[in-house]
Ligand binder design. Structure first.
Ligand code: DAH
Length: 359
């Protein structure tokens, strides 16, 4: 038999669409939880749902109504999907709010804010020192913390059995592969940053200006001014016609900048270090306020320095007599303590927030 129902026009089909629309919207709007909403979605928009059933009947419709009915179905599907999504959002939101309420959390309260950390005082001071030396044309270079006996001592004119080796109590590293006779393969934790001088000169020709910051290690008892690990900043400037006057000028410029507006005095004493000749020690004293009277502090030793020893140039492979240079080694902790008025070196490594928060 001829199917008069559909061929008679699109009105009856449209009527079916209207019924589906009404039913689907009602089901979605009335869904009071996620399970019911999902049930409604499957019933109407699921693969075997009512919407697809209607679509399957589309071929039975007369050609002239097809386009119109097709558009109507498309927009209905879009409408229903949108409605379901909105409902989904609403139900989830409700769930979260109920949960928060049960847990006693008030999300309308202002947030607590979070604490931002900051750099360690030693890092801050190190960066300031680097900035000042960079402004005077020095580059920053680094060397290894596990160093060989050769670079730490021999190349710096500190031979075995020399009493100067005992000045720096050393942590030796057991190295099963080391050959007893080869000091380059004897390992230790570097006792100072001076080995970087030779390492750098081996690979670079003068003129040069470098500073080399880093951690160093000494096997010592700890007290308010000694730690088994601390930091040094090595400096080296090599060129023609370099003299102690250049060293003094660089130090003066450095201290003036480092202590900013504070009045600082510098004094130079002779000192012995095997890798310089002559060797000096540099002391400073600062203007300090006490009982609203300003007076100069006592003298603090802040650096060892001197003119680079010919043996050190020789170890680096430089032609004898051709170059002059000055070198220095400063203690970073000592400078930081003077800068901030800290009286115990151990505070830097104590991880005590009451201390660290002040910087
Ligand atoms: N390396 C020495 C130390 O740790 C410090 C030092 C002294 C470095 C004199 C130098 C220097 O470059 O010229 O005690």
């Amino acid at each position: 038999m001829f199917d008069t129902f559909y061929m008679s026009g699109s009105e009856n089909f449209e009527e079916k669409i209207n019924i589906l629309e009404k039913g689907a919207k009602e089901a979605v709007n009335q869904a009071s939880d996620l399970a019911r909403l999902e049930k409604a979605r499957v019933k109407y928009l699921g693969r075997k749902g009512e919407f697809n059933n209607l679509v399957k009947e589309l071929p039975k419709i007369s050609e002239d109504s097809k386009a119109h009915i097709g558009r109507r179905l498309n927009s209905l599907r879009n409408d229903l999907e949108k409605l379901i999504n909105e409902k989904l959002f609403e139900l989830k939101d409700k769930l979260i709010k109920e949960k928060l309420q049960k847990e006693g959390i008030d999300i309308t309260k202002p947030a607590k804010g979070f604490a931002l950390g900051h750099l360690h005082p030693l890092t801050k001071v190190e960066r300031r020192i680097e900035d000042i030396f960079q402004s005077m044309g020095f580059s920053i270079v680094f060397g290894p913390e596990i160093e060989s006996e050769y670079y730490n001592f021999d190349a710096l004119n500190i031979p075995k059995e020399h009493p100067a080796r005992e000045m720096q109590d050393t942590f030796w590293i057991k190295n099963p592969k080391s050959e007893i006779l080869n000091p380059k393969s004897h390992l230790l934790l570097r006792t100072h940053t001076s080995p970087i001088e030779v390492r750098f000169m081996e690979k670079n020709n003068p003129p040069l200006r470098i500073i080399a910051p880093g951690r160093v290690y000494r096997r010592e008892a700890t007290d308010a001014s000694h730690e088994i690990q601390f930091h040094q900043i090595e400096g080296l400037m090599v060129g023609k016609n370099i003299s102690l006057a250049n060293l003094k000028a660089v130090f003066e410029e450095f201290f003036k900048n480092f202590f900013d507006k504070r009045q600082v005095e510098m004094r130079i004493r002779p000192g012995y270090f095997p890798f310089v000749e002559p060797g000096i020690e540099v002391d400073i004293r600062l203007n300090q306020m006490s009982n609203s009277k300003s007076q100069m502090s006592k003298w603090f030793e802040v650096a060892g320095a001197g003119m680079t020893h010919p043996k050190v140039f020789e170890a680096a492979g430089y032609a004898p007599g051709e170059w002059q240079g000055f070198a220095f080694g400063m203690g970073l902790e000592r400078l930081a303590m003077l800068c901030y008025g800290i009286n115990d070196i151990r505070l830097f490594y104590s991880s005590d927030f009451r201390f660290l928060k002040q910087f």
